[in-house]
Design a protein around this ligand. Structure first.
Ligand code: ZN
Length: 259
């Protein structure tokens, strides 16, 4: 029931996150002004804003000018719904329960996880599109996740060590390369993963991010879409690794990381 409800809720949050990402870098406020058709700029009616359903009912076209609506909107809504559903699902599988979980605080744990999932979605898309991981999302994320983890009774030391090691890993590369290998945003996203996961799961998320990043780079080189020298934004790989560790981390570290 909870899984279904949160997946459904995820459709609407996904729609909202899409607006946040679209309006990033423009002067338009996220909360002011109705969404409009990219083509004819007619404001969309409430009935045209229902996640996924509107897209299907309108056959993917604007009600007024019949211009095609980008499939990225329903895709974003579906991905958010799936991630929200998986986040709720993990709490039904004993093996996937987070460290320090107490059933009394299920709502708080879920809230923290969904906040984390949503932040990573925003950071994934903005980094993929603009090549930056803006402080306006990473810094409040670090503060909120740290505060919630302390509230949930996770030792402060665990969070500090996790944040310092995972963030420090990028800070080291940043200083050695004078900011050419990684950006300052990667340091902050590293700290966010560290305070979310603690040391061992935080390092696990780093390893997974590098495996996915390397695989992706190889595919690009193999398809000759990128030269050996070109650089990729690393944020999206960290975000994917964050989702994997959030949902499957306890399982992976129990069976594949005996140390
Ligand atoms: Zn239109």
């Amino acid at each position: 029931m909870l899984i279904l409800f949160l997946s459904f809720f995820g459709l609407f949050i996904g729609s909202f996150l899409g607006v946040v990402v679209d309006r990033f870098g423009t002067k338009q406020s996220v909360f002011v002004g109705r969404s409009e058709c990219e083509h004819c700029h007619v404001a969309l009616k409430v009935i045209d804003l229902v996640p996924v359903a509107s897209f299907i009912l309108l056959h993917g076209k604007c009600r007024h000018c019949h211009a095609k609506i980008s499939w990225k909107y329903p895709l974003m809504e579906c991905i958010t719904a799936i991630l929200f559903g998986l986040t709720a699902w993990r709490y039904t599988i004993p093996m996937l329960l987070p460290v320090g979980f107490v059933p009394v605080h299920l709502d708080l744990f879920l809230f923290r996880d969904l906040l984390f999932v949503s932040l990573l979605l925003i950071l994934f898309l903005i980094d993929a599109r603009h090549g930056v991981l803006p402080d306006v999302f990473t810094l409040p994320g670090i503060v909120l996740i740290t505060a919630m983890n302390i509230w949930l009774g996770i030792p402060l030391m665990t969070l500090v060590v996790g944040g310092l090691v995972v963030g420090g890993f990028f800070a080291l590369q940043y200083f050695v390369s004078r900011g050419t290998w990684v950006g300052g945003g990667d340091i902050r996203l590293g700290v966010l993963l560290g305070v979310m996961f603690g040391l061992s799961q935080g390092v696990l998320s780093l390893m997974i991010a590098y495996i996915i990043g390397a695989a992706f780079a190889l595919v690009l080189i193999w398809r000759k879409k990128a030269a050996m020298k070109s650089t990729l934004s690393f944020g999206p790989f960290l975000a994917i690794a964050g989702w994997i560790v959030l949902i499957f981390g306890p399982y992976i570290s129990q069976y594949y990381l005996p140390f």
